[in-house]
Design a protein around this ligand. Structure first.
Ligand code: MRU
Length: 353
């Protein structure tokens, strides 16, 4: 059962991409129009669009827009070389979420396949590939919504009646093309049982939980309580949390999962209180090329994200800052991984792909 949500952070408008600027939520709902791949790269880096599946979809449109900028190239090998450079520039914007590289590579593979197969002259080929890349980006966007809805359906099986679900960061409609991964499970569960509720961690430094998760759940009338990051143990000890569901940016083949910084701490505290800890993520988040979470690159972001809140400094000037954007939760703390094809134990991933 699907709970319809109108929240769409990425839309294709025929000749440009419309992004809902997530840096401004919940204060302002502003749409940013992206017409060039360089603008898309900046939007991903500056987190106008964020969340692993959402930056994947955006990367796919980035390649499509990049292909259009190569319209004057007449040699198809030169076209492909330039397109690969564009793909690399998009991939380098955020290194942890594998969905970005996955979607960009899907687009590049499509271009490579076409070039191998094409008997047409170069000009016809380039026009055709530009059209196909646009169609494929639209397909990746639509597929993502459908995948999240399927994930939501599978996930309802692990949500007890009247459950209070703790989540960290934002793994919702805003972090995907729509519906969400962890919050997709919440949406599907809520459609069946409107007595469930969410506790949302604030998620410092960028406050995705406070700014984005509460915004989208309030928009969809799903009860949500905001807590600060340090409070989860308190509420777990009091027996007020029934399960944890988070998203992921990259899952290694052994089931270790990278997600927003602070997730590992939540998993440890959940384990200490025997509370199930689930990760909801599509297959495109699973990176079978790496053996464990130790191989996942962790993005380091600017010191200002930590030293400032809403443009105001919150600490002594000159203080040392380290700002890793993600951490890795070892597989042993993960009860199950909810995907579009079912729920798996971390140890089952190896037999799946
Ligand atoms: O830095 P962000 O906001 O892009 O981080 C997002 C997260 O960590 C999400 O939990 C993850 O991408 C899963 S989104 C479905």
């Amino acid at each position: 059962m699907i709970l319809e949500s109108k929240i769409r952070p990425i839309e294709w408008a025929g000749n440009h991409v419309k992004l809902l600027d997530q840096t401004l939520l919940p204060y302002e709902q502003k749409i940013v129009c992206i017409t060039k791949y360089q603008e898309m790269a900046t939007a991903i880096k500056d987190m106008i669009v964020r969340g692993a599946p959402a930056i994947g979809v955006s990367g796919a449109f980035g390649v499509s827009l990049g292909a259009k900028s190569l319209i004057n190239i007449t040699d198809k090998n030169e076209f492909l070389k330039k397109l690969e450079e564009i793909g690399e520039s998009l991939k380098s914007t955020r290194p942890t979420a594998v969905n970005l590289a996955w979607a960009v590579d899907k687009q590049l593979e499509l271009a490579q396949e076409q070039i191998l197969r094409s008997a047409q002259d170069d000009r016809v080929f380039i026009d055709e590939i530009i059209k196909k890349l646009e169609e494929n980006a639209i397909k990746i966007l639509n597929d993502d919504i459908e995948i999240n809805q399927r994930m939501g359906e599978h996930g309802t099986k692990i949500v007890p009646k009247g459950a209070t679900i703790l989540t960290h960061c934002n793994a919702g409609a805003l972090a995907t093309a729509g519906y969400g991964t962890a919050l997709g499970v919440v949406r599907s569960a809520f459609a069946r049982d409107n007595t469930i509720q969410v506790f949302a961690d604030e998620t410092r430094p960028r406050q995705q939980g406070a700014r984005l998760t509460t915004w989208e759940l309030v928009e969809d009338n799903i009860p949500v309580t905001l807590i600060t990051d340090g409070m989860c143990g308190y509420f777990m000890k009091k027996g007020m949390i029934d399960l944890v569901i988070v998203g992921a940016d990259r899952i290694a083949s052994n089931g270790d999962a990278a997600n927003k910084i602070g997730t590992y701490t939540v998993a440890l505290v959940a384990k200490a209180h025997n509370i199930p800890f689930y990760v909801a993520a599509p297959h495109s988040t699973i990176d079978m090329s790496i053996k464990s979470g130790d191989e996942i690159p962790i993005e380091e972001r600017s010191r200002e994200e930590v030293t400032h809140i809403n443009g105001k400094t919150i600490c002594a000037e000159g203080v040392n800052i380290i700002n890793p954007a993600f951490d890795v939760t070892p597989a042993e703390y993960i009860t199950g991984i909810i995907t579009e094809t079912g729920i798996y134990k971390p140890s089952e991933l190896n037999g799946l792909f």
